[in-house]
Design a protein around this ligand. Sequence first.
Ligand code: GLN
Length: 176
Amino acid sequence: MKIGILNIQGSVAEHLEALRKLDVEVVLVKKPEDLRGLEGLILPGGESTTIGKLMDFAGLKKELKQRVKRGMAVWGTCAGAILMSQLGLINIEVERNAYGGQQESFETEVDFDGIKIPAIFIRAPKILQMGEDCEVLAKYDDDIVAVREEKMLVTTFHPELTDNLSVHRYFLEVAG
Ligand code: GLN
């Protein structure tokens, strides 16, 4: 299986390290051609405004939407989740930096699809609304923090910053 990681800004190296522990071929995606033949793409956490602008600059947005139409899976972590909402890849509405600034970042545990996993929130967004076809995979208190819609997955936290590979494994199943 071939999985891409959008290599523009943010937690690229951490996702790469996680995928290397799993049995997949990894492609670092910088230009539209890099999306060819991918079963799935990860949009890392970072700064959504920066990543979005550089995606525009690289001409990646249009090609990404086309690949999704043809069945490619996408997983966005934190800023990646914001971008997926903005690009209309998943039917969720988000509020950026909804827990406050860097100082309000925190680590907790969440139940993800029945498994307890560590969850790190860094200037994380909140999911304010979601469409009927969205499935909630994890909550933190009353907040929805992981959602799946068909082959689209978002987490408002950062599984790539922990040693736990559960969400990466889950995404490979979605993509496979
Ligand atoms: N606050 C960032 C944004 O709005 C996201 C932070 C993150 O990815 N950890 O893009």
